[in-house]
Design a binder for this molecule. Structure first.
Ligand SMILES: [Zn+2]
Length: 353
């Protein structure tokens, strides 16, 4: 214990005392002593479509067991393969249960520097959709790493990609964007970073020092969404900005062609329950349930607890390294909102079987 110099008053000394400890952060696992209500929601109040997951490594039959146990009607597998491997992945799931799985393709940049690339992306989209894919995801390598034939960083709003978006509109399949990450990922990995442990576990997730700041990446994406009003876009992870739901609300107000998914962002939404609840009520038609986590029974049930109950201060669903040292609060969403977020909004974006 250390005291500011001159504070010999016992009360001043007490309120000024600070700890100086050498407990390792990774050994610190405090348990909440709060006695709060706990509701385990074993099955969702309405059938669920998990619109954002990655199942490539999973056995379809094992996933189906979990889905049945957790009231999941369908999972959208966003394959991380491209080319023939992507089609094989699609077949792996659709051949087992075509009504229970859907597949998103993954943007293939492997030959971005070769002549004809931008036309080929359109043909690849056509081929994927012909085989039953329900969308294509564009990931954060665009805007940070992908370089064109001249060695220039490809901008997200590069007009050479316009034919892809136009074709997606004609084929009636959405484009999903995951082109940035939480604000903390753009800051140094230091003692002030609220996701310090997560970034320490995944230093490659840091954008600190990236060519474009986060605002610029989002602005480029937003220009594409504005330029292609007939194309449906899905902004993964609450359009990358759950820390600022006022901004996301503005985006949804301006762009009727935009939906957002909540995957991997319960931590962000659940630490601002008043604002998040209003957001869900206002944009109930535009929000998609998604998880972006390995299918597990407890993982799904935590999502239901978050969306359905008014439980307070509990752990959010997360990958092993966690997202930040805080807990979340349930949103107790009304039935008509749950029905849309869990299933109906996704159903509108999926092709009719
Ligand atoms: Zn994902």
């Amino acid at each position: 214990m250390s005291q500011p110099p001159g504070s010999d008053d016992p009360f001043v000394a007490m309120v000024s005392a600070r700890a100086d400890v050498d407990l390792k952060l990774s050994d610190f696992h405090p348990r909440s002593m709060l006695l709060a209500q706990e509701h385990e929601i074993r099955r969702p109040r309405f059938p669920v479509i998990d619109y954002h997951n990655h199942l490539d490594a999973q056995d379809p039959l094992e996933v189906l067991k979990i889905m049945d146990e957790c009231g999941i009607e369908r999972v959208v597998n966003i394959t991380m393969h491209t080319g023939d491997a992507a089609l094989a992945m699609l077949h792996k799931f659709h051949s087992v249960a075509h009504k229970r799985f859907a597949t998103y393709g993954w943007m293939d940049w492997s030959d971005v520097a070769s002549p004809g690339f931008f036309q080929r992306t359109v043909e690849r989209l056509e081929r994927l959709v012909e085989r039953g894919a329900c969308g294509v995801k564009i990931w954060k390598d665009l805007g940070t790493k992908v370089q064109d034939a001249n060695g220039n960083l490809l901008r997200i709003d590069d007009e050479r990609l316009d034919p892809l978006y136009e074709r997606a509109a004609a084929l009636n399949v959405p484009i999903m964007y995951h082109i940035a990450d939480p604000d903390a990922f753009f800051h140094p990995i230091d003692a002030t970073n609220e996701r310090y442990e997560e970034l320490a576990a995944h230093p490659e997730w840091s954008y600190y020092g990236s060519f474009y700041p986060k605002q610029e990446l989002l602005a480029q994406r937003d220009r594409v969404i504005a330029r292609h009003p007939k194309t449906t876009f899905v902004g993964a992870h609450v359009a990358e900005h759950p820390e600022d739901l006022a901004y996301v609300s503005g985006l949804l107000d301006r762009h009727a062609n935009l939906h957002v998914d909540i995957s991997a962002r319960c931590a962000e939404l659940g630490r601002q329950p008043y604002t998040a609840r209003e957001f869900f009520l206002k944009y109930a038609d535009r929000i998609l349930f998604g998880t972006d986590l390995i299918p597990e029974i407890t993982m799904y049930r935590l999502h239901y607890r978050f969306l359905e109950t008014r439980d307070e201060y509990f752990e959010y669903p997360s990958h092993a390294s966690r997202q930040g040292r805080w807990n979340i609060y349930g949103l107790f969403l009304p039935d008509e909102v749950l029905r849309k977020v869990y299933r109906e909004n996704a159903l509108r974006l999926l092709p009719r079987p």
